[in-house]
Design a protein around this ligand. Structure first.
Ligand SMILES: Nc1ncnc2c1ncn2[C@@H]1O[C@H](COP(=O)(O)OP(=O)(O)O)[C@@H](O)[C@H]1O
Ligand SMILES: [Mg+2]
Length: 259
């Protein structure tokens, strides 16, 4: 088998030789694609999940998201970093659940379980009709999903987007969250203008791994927090809605109880 790094980044050499920001790009790639991750990437490529990894869309302490190409389509590839930083900020309810799947000291096992969890929740939300990136496949710490973009560029986060019509955005968000609660029976748990993409005037919810079943005792508190974030965001757009109105509109009464 040829070198997985060259397979995953065939354009890397020419691209990086001509560009002055070479060392910076290389640093990002080398940092994320440790040996185990490169093997996971090449396994996914062999299975046909994508042909090439193109460029990083976002990199952070816990992971990175890359655009990839598959034939004439794009994909988003989310790579979780294998290390304990990913788990420093996890809410206890998720650790409970992950701990049932793998031992809590086994970081690689935990990351696999976390990646699988994001894939599963994206699938549940897709089935419920919520606008999220459709999940394709996952392996170890790598998740491949639908790329949400415009002309090959990634869609902006709501935080960075120019919102044309705040009232229409509110209606759309209410529709998505209502579907998420019923029939999806889930609460996002980390919803903010950073975790919603703005695509053709509509919202696409992302970053769902910490999602929580709507009948979990913690779910209502998390939903209240998610909605409070958005009440503030809409206020900044000069669109006034109270937290109570917002919660009523999405059917929050169905959260925290058995359906
Ligand atoms: N499916 C996707 N299509 C396009 N861009 C995406 C997609 N998923 C994530 N992104 C981009 O990557 C960023 C980080 O993704 P996210 O899932 O929020 O991970 P985290 O916040 O854990 O780093 C997002 O803010 C968004 O800009
Ligand atoms: Mg995020």
């Amino acid at each position: 088998m040829s070198n997985p790094q060259e397979m995953a980044f065939p354009r890397r050499k020419e691209r990086f030789e001509v560009r002055r920001k070479e060392s910076q790009d290389r640093k990002v790639l080398d940092e994320f694609f440790d040996h185990a991750t490169l093997l996971a990437v090449s396994r996914l490529m062999h299975r046909g999940a994508f042909d090439t990894v193109d460029y990083p869309i976002s990199t952070g302490k816990e992971g990175g998201v890359f655009r990839a190409t598959k034939g004439s389509e794009y994909r988003a590839v989310k790579v979780y970093r294998i290390g304990n930083t990913t788990f420093r900020h996890l809410p206890p309810y998720t650790l409970e659940q992950l701990g049932r799947e793998t031992s809590v000291g086994n970081f690689a096992g935990l990351i696999s379980a976390w990646t699988r969890r994001e894939h599963t929740i994206l699938g549940q939300l897709t089935a419920a009709g919520v606008r999220v990136p459709k999940p394709h496949v996952h392996f170890r710490n790598v998740l491949v999903m639908e790329f949400i973009g415009i002309d090959g560029g990634a869609a902006p986060r709501l935080r960075d987007a120019t919102i044309d019509d705040a009232a229409a955005l509110y209606e759309d968000l209410v529709a998505q969250l209502s579907l998420m609660i019923r029939p999806g029976r889930l609460v996002h748990g980390d919803l903010s203008p950073w975790n919603v993409l703005y695509w053709e005037g509509k919202c696409v919810l992302i970053d769902v791994a910490q999602g929580i079943p709507a009948d979990h005792p913690e779910a209502r508190r998390l939903l209240d927090r998610d909605i409070a974030n958005f009440v503030r965001f809409f206020k900044g757009l000069d669109f006034r809605v109270t937290k109570e109105e917002f919660l009523r509109a999405i059917g929050a009464d169905h959260v925290g109880k058995r359906s």
